[in-house]
Design a protein around this ligand. Structure first.
Ligand code: ACO
Length: 325
């Protein structure tokens, strides 16, 4: 059995927050942020919204576009590093209830910014194994809740949002190619140190840097440029295709300079890359499905065209999927 994406959807909460509208205490500027990252705007969820609420809005659009009812979904795969609750209940189960899909199995998956690609491959494998026929794959994130608002080198980069796809069994679809990897030895380059079982919360704890996202930006940058290229080449080799055969590359939207460096090193025209970072910032595992939906809603992708999704993130994880629309 093969699989096909039959519907996509995304949701960005609230109004765009421009670089000029960031808190003045940050000592930053539109010029610095835009020239170093390509970001102009990001979105922040309202205090009333939870990560599963963003996921719900993206999922409803994906289901509508797939012409699929929530009651038909067999499995919900929810990729996030910013779940509604630490550990449990899984955000996937909260989404299952909000969607009205009590028949669906539901689980969270954390591979950081590569999480959507990992979840998509998981969905594909379940369909290949003929365990499930219709799977909802969601990437939903609220980075605004976990960044350190005293650290200008990270907080300006991230935003909130959700993207979702419906994956369905389809005998006539072409096989997908996939590459999932991790470099655990560099895991400490991107961390949130407090609150896990190694550093559990204690009564009387003061909220400080350890409670927020921390990143060795240069290390992650160099890693990203190297592994995005490696993954693209891996997928081309597996499929026996060349760059010319790929119509669109949808990369994780972390920094437009990373994408430009990957394009230059691998001799790939920049026009093949779908870039949405200017208006979203880095939404971690939501970024690829958001960019994919924006591409699909433009109406330019034709059946049979090839799309390569590629991501990297904390862990350090990386991976990609090559599929035919
Ligand atoms: N505004 C103004 N100045 C700033 C800001 C800011 N927001 N942030 C840093 N600076 C300053 C620094 O203090 C430094 O000043 P100094 O030279 O006086 O010390 C200077 O700018 C240069 O800082 P660098 O860190 O060298 O800047 P760089 O050009 O490397 O860009 C960046 C930093 C954008 C973070 C880059 O390293 C990067 O994109 N890294 C990859 C990040 C990434 O992809 N993260 C996503 C991971 S995915 C996930 O799983 C969450």
């Amino acid at each position: 059995m093969n699989a096909r994406i039959t519907g996509t959807g995304h949701y960005l909460p609230g109004s765009p927050i421009h670089n000029d509208d960031l808190p003045k205490e940050l000592d930053t500027s539109h010029e610095w942020i835009h020239s170093h990252t390509g970001i102009t705007n990001r979105h922040w969820a309202s205090p009333e919204e939870a990560c599963s609420d963003l996921a719900l809005k993206a999922s409803l659009k994906a289901l509508e576009n797939a012409n699929c009812k929530a009651e038909e979904i067999d499995l919900i795969l929810f990729s996030t590093v910013t779940p509604d609750f630490i550990s449990f209940p899984a955000s996937a189960t909260l989404l299952q209830d909000k969607l009205g899909a009590p028949q669906a199995a539901a689980m969270d998956l954390n591979a950081a910014c590569s999480g959507f690609v990992y979840a998509l491959e998981t969905a594909y494998a379940f369909i290949k194994a003929e365990r499930y026929k219709k799977i909802l794959v969601v990437g939903s994130e609220m980075l605004s809740r976990i960044v350190d608002w005293n650290d200008r080198s990270t907080c300006v980069l991230f935003g909130d949002g959700a993207g979702a796809v419906v994956v369905e069994a389809d005998e006539k679809a072409s096989p997908w190619f996939s590459a999932l990897n991790a470099r655990g030895k560099d895991a400490m380059a991107l961390t949130r140190l407090q609150g896990g079982t190694l550093n559990p919360y204690k009564s009387g704890d003061v909220v400080d840097h350890g409670h927020f996202l921390a990143m060795d930006g240069k290390k992650v940058y160099l890693f990203a440029v190297s592994v995005l290229g490696e993954t693209i080449q891996n997928l081309l080799k597996q499929s026996g295709l060349t760059v010319e055969d790929i119509d669109y590359i949808v990369p994780h939207q972390a920094n437009s300079r990373i994408i430009e460096a990957v394009a230059a090193r691998n001799k790939i025209p920049m026009e093949k890359f779908v870039l949405t970072i200017e208006d979203t910032g880095n939404t971690s595992s939501a970024s690829i499905p958001i960019a994919l939906d924006i591409l699909i809603q433009k109406g330019e992708v034709k059946p049979g065209q090839r799309i390569l999704l590629v991501g990297f993130g904390a862990g350090l994880t990386y991976g990609g999927t090559l599929l035919q629309w």
